[in-house]
Design a protein around this ligand. Structure first.
Ligand SMILES: Cc1ncc(COP(=O)(O)O)c(C=O)c1O
Length: 442
């Protein structure tokens, strides 16, 4: 497959944009400049067509350019809605009511533009509520690009001291330069699925909040062990910190209310983004009134600033409202359909990998899944680091891309199915997988 024009575009853009693109997390090898997307399909500048499993890093739960969402957005423009910057709007109120129907464990919600804004705000609320400064995050968890959480994602063996850490915190491994050391010291990182580590850190530091994705979905799909999320809930209650579930990826994808209804564990604060508006930029912070109402506390010392020129902008609000309506409409059975497609893909992949005698573990939550080239489900990042054949994974992804199946070409990245995928898409994907495995096994 030829990507010549894509490479030329990156080179041209690089003259004016450092790295050639606006989010450097999007940089992949091969470089592919997409020009169009509809439903489950992507097209690039070189004229190639793909079935998409990247979903723009997961938002596109309904598929690209969903007609109902596009109509809602066009209507908002035709109605001359604007981002007035003054006073309440009917639309933000309607969206909040619908959102809270979908997320009944929360009393109130605030809207932002990005997941990073929502997680930053959640941590600020937790710090204001507790009067404490330290936070806990997970090794292998991604909660946004801001200073408090830009650390310990896909850290290397060397960065982690060369051995598995059990029952204790991990060394701090920032994923960006520019974080003041005193701020970096306020973020303590622990391995996922390790309650002893959380307790140890909670005894040592004055913890305001623990923030985690309920299932780690930025290193594939790493599920919580039975009892782990409940254990976090208990520790939060015992040590007086707030539990924040970052559902930016799991929200509206694992189920309507995210992963919490599946786990039966409720966080104090939850963040959402991505699938909430099927790719339009909007995010949310939701939780119990006591915490959310700090925004309007009569005590000025406790009051938390909530502000943003583009918060609840009418275009993403219209998209989110239409998206939630579609997700919540029982006759669409979106989650039943996604589960059926996910199961079909997984079963087909299992059969193919077995036939080609390649040991894999497929970890899946509904429409989100990851093939790990290792023989047991990972419990944390260290398991992936130690056992997953990342080089083979990248070769596998690139070979699939060559055959028109688009997965992000980085090892251990989650794949996402959308409501727009058809049974025929899954079958075509499995046929391509068969060819790729035959090639790679030569
Ligand atoms: C779990 C999680 N939280 C937060 C974020 C940050 O969201 P955004 O990129 O919209 O700022 C992401 C982005 O991938 C994410 O996966």
């Amino acid at each position: 497959m030829n990507h010549l024009k894509s490479e030329q575009l990156l080179a041209q853009n690089s003259k004016t944009i450092p790295g050639g693109l606006a989010s450097l997390n999007r940089k992949g090898d091969p470089v592919i400049a997409f020009t169009r997307a509809k439903g489950s399909r992507l097209w690039d500048i070189d004229g190639n067509e793909y079935i998409d499993y990247h979903a723009g890093f997961a938002p596109y739960i309904l598929g690209h350019n969903d007609d109902d969402l596009n109509s809602a957005v066009i209507k908002a423009l035709q109605d001359n809605l604007s981002n007035y910057g003054s006073g309440p709007t009917q639309e933000e109120g309607e969206l909040a009511r619908l959102f809270l129907q979908a997320v009944p464990h929360a009393d109130k919600v605030q809207f932002f533009n990005t997941g990073s804004e929502a997680t930053a705000q959640a941590l600020r609320v937790a710090r204001a509520w507790t009067g404490r400064s330290h936070i806990i995050k997970m090794q292998g968890g991604y909660n946004g690009h801001h200073n408090a959480v830009a650390t310990n994602l896909m850290s290397s063996r060397e960065q982690l001291g060369g051995k598995r850490i059990v029952g204790d915190e991990c060394p701090s491994v920032p994923i960006t330069a520019g974080i003041p050391p005193e701020e970096q010291a306020l973020t303590r990182t622990v391995p996922f699925n390790d309650l002893d580590a959380v307790e140890r850190v909670a005894k040592k530091y004055s913890i305001a909040a623990l923030i985690t994705e309920p299932a780690l979905q930025n290193i594939g799909v790493v599920k919580p062990q039975p009892g782990y999320l409940k254990g976090l809930r208990d520790l939060a209650d015992r040590y007086g910190f707030l539990l924040i579930f970052d559902e930016v990826k799991t929200g509206f994808r694992a189920s309507l209310g995210g992963y919490q209804p599946i786990a039966g564990v409720t966080a104090d604060l939850s963040t959402y983004g991505k699938a909430i508006a099927n790719g339009f930029p909007i995010a949310a912070l939701a939780g119990k009134s006591s915490y959310m109402d700090l925004a309007v506390s009569s005590d000025a010392k406790k009051r938390v600033l909530i502000a943003g020129t583009y918060n609840a902008h009418p275009i993403p609000v219209a998209a989110a409202f239409a998206c939630l309506k579609k997700l919540m409409d029982a006759k669409n059975d979106v989650y039943g359909r996604l589960e059926a497609l996910g199961r079909k893909l997984e079963a087909g992949q299992r059969e193919l990998f077995a036939r080609h005698k390649i040991p894999v573990t497929i970890s899946r939550i509904g429409s989100a899944s990851c093939v790990y080239f290792m023989d047991e489900e990972p419990r944390d990042w260290w398991d992936i680091l130690e056992k997953h054949n990342g080089d083979f994974d990248v070769k596998y992804r690139r070979a699939l891309i060559d055959r028109g199946i688009y997965h992000f070409p980085v090892a251990a990245k989650q794949g996402s199915i959308s409501f727009a995928h058809s049974d025929a898409d899954i079958e075509k994907t499995l046929e391509a997988t068969d060819c790729v495995l035959r090639e790679l096994c030569k």
